[in-house]
Design a binder for this molecule. Structure first.
Ligand code: FES
Length: 101
């Protein structure tokens, strides 16, 4: 496995905003470095959520990556050109194995 090259950078788009990152960072790390601390709200009380555990366990950090819902920002590598958007807790998730209808 090749080690990340810390000098290489990329850029993703988060809710229409350009976010620069260093190779090897997760989306969550890139957002935090850019000052974004929350990107979804809880379904019932509307409390803001972002990184919490940082290790892929709590699912507080889910967002949409290139159209794929419920991706964990803390464990999803940032890639150049990704389109990331905050999560809408009221938008239905597609059924596993279904056709997304
Ligand atoms: S911060 Fe807990 S799963 Fe990402």
């Amino acid at each position: 496995m090749n080690a990340p090259k810390p000098d290489r950078t990329g850029e993703l788009t988060f809710d229409g905003r350009s976010i620069a990152f260093r190779e090897g960072q997760t989306i969550g790390a890139a957002l935090a470095a850019a000052g974004v601390s929350a990107w979804r709200t809880t379904r019932v009380t509307g409390e803001p959520r972002g990184l919490f555990c940082g290790i892929g366990v709590c699912y507080d950090c889910i967002l949409t990556v290139d159209g794929a819902r419920a991706r964990r920002a803390c464990v999803t590598p940032a890639r150049d050109g990704q389109v990331v958007r905050s999560d809408d807790p009221h938008e239905a998730l597609p059924m596993a194995g279904g056709h997304g209808g």
